[in-house]
Design a protein around this ligand. Structure first.
Ligand SMILES: O=C(O)CCC(=O)C(=O)O
Ligand SMILES: [Fe+2]
Length: 280
C-alpha cells in the first residue's frame, strides 16, 4: 500500500491527491500552506498544559464534548478491549479553552479549516458522476456553519512499563467525520492498514500534512472514498521516554445533513459516540 506524497503546488495536485484518497483513504501533502512554526509552537505550549494541573479544571462535558479527556476516561476504539494510552483536549471555537492558548488554537483552527474546505472541494470535483449524484448536497455545503468541526490536541504520555498488555497509544480505528487533516506529529507511530490486513507506516516527515477520509464521507460516497483503519503504535527504546503530540482537525458536517438513506450526520455521530463510551 502506497500513500502518495503530493506537492500541493503541483499543477495536477488535486487529481493525484484525490486518487490516493480513493485508493488508500489517505493522502500526504508537502508544500502546503499551514505554517510549521505555528504547529511547533502549539506542540510545545500544549505539552506544558498537559504537564500541568491546569488541565483538571477543563474536564470534558458529556453533553457538549468540549474540554479535557484524561487517560482514565480516554476513548476505547470501536471493537477494542482496552483504552487507548492517551489524553486529549477538544477545542471548538465556541468551547472552553485555557485563556493563554485560545488565540493560537483559534488561528490554527481557522487556517486548517480553510485548507480542509479546499481539499473537500477537490474531493468533490474528482468524485465520478455516478457517485456524486448520491450526494444530497455539495460536500462543501455540508460543513458550512457547522458547529461540530473540532481540533483535537492529543498527548500520548511516555510509557511507564505498567500499561496493560496489548494496549496501544491508539488502537485501530476509522475516524467518524468527513475528512481529517493532521500535521506530522513530533514522534513516529502512525500506521495505516492495507486491504490485505498488513500495517504500513504513514509518511510523516516533520512538516508533512496527512489527510484521511472518515466514515461519514465513506457513507456519503458509497465507499468510493474509503475510511481506512489506522492506529498509533507504542514506541520502543528511547522513544518510549518521550511524549508524542498530535493535532488532528476533524471536519464535521452540520447535524441535519443527510449522509445517505440510512443516516443523518447527527444519527451517525450519536451512535458512534455511544460506542466509544464517551456519551450515554
Ligand atoms: O496521533 C495520531 O497521529 C493520529 C490520531 C488519530 O488517528 C485520531 O485521534 O483519530
Ligand atoms: Fe484517527
Amino acid at each position: 500500500m502506497q500513500v502518495q506524497v503530493v506537492d500541493y503546488r503541483a499543477a495536477d495536485a488535486a487529481e493525484q491527491f484525490t486518487r490516493s484518497l480513493h485508493e488508500t483513504g489517505f493522502g500526504v501533502l508537502v508544500n502546503h500552506p499551514i505554517e510549521q512554526a505555528r504547529v511547533e509552537k502549539i506542540y510545545a505550549d500544549w505539552l506544558s498544559f498537559f504537564n500541568s494541573d491546569e488541565k483538571q479544571q477543563f474536564a470534558f462535558s458529556k453533553e457538549t464534548q468540549d474540554g479535557y479527556f484524561s487517560t482514565a476516561i480516554s476513548e476505547t476504539a470501536k471493537g477494542a478491549a482496552l483504552r487507548d494510552i492517551k489524553e486529549y483536549f477538544h477545542y471548538y471555537p465556541w468551547g472552553r479553552v485555557p485563556p493563554a492558548l485560545q488565540a493560537e488554537a483559534q488561528a490554527y483552527f481557522e487556517q486548517a479549516n480553510g485548507l480542509a474546505q479546499e481539499l473537500l472541494s477537490w474531493v468533490e470535483r474528482f468524485t465520478p458522476p455516478q457517485i456524486a449524484r448520491h450526494y444530497r448536497e455539495p460536500l462543501s455545503h455540508m460543513i458550512e456553519d457547522s458547529k461540530l468541526t473540532l481540533l483535537r490536541v492529543l498527548r500520548y504520555p511516555p510509557l511507564t512499563g505498567q500499561e496493560p498488555a496489548g494496549a496501544l497509544r491508539a488502537a485501530a480505528h476509522g475516524d467518524i467525520n468527513l475528512l481529517t487533516i493532521l500535521p506530522a506529529a513530533n514522534e513516529p507511530g502512525l500506521q495505516v492498514q492495507g486491504r490485505d490486513g498488513a500495517w504500513f507506516d504513514v509518511p510523516c516527515d516533520f512538516g508533512m500534512l496527512i489527510i484521511n477520509i472518515g466514515d461519514m464521507l465513506q457513507e456519503a460516497s458509497q465507499g468510493y472514498y474509503p475510511s481506512t483503519q489506522h492506529r498509533v503504535v507504542n514506541p520502543t527504546g528511547d522513544g518510549a521516554k518521550r511524549s508524542r503530540i498530535s493535532l488532528p482537525l476533524f471536519l464535521h458536517p452540520r447535524n441535519e445533513v443527510v449522509l445517505s438513506d440510512r443516516y443523518t450526520a447527527d444519527e451517525y455521530l450519536q451512535e458512534r459516540l455511544r460506542e466509544l463510551g464517551v456519551k450515554t
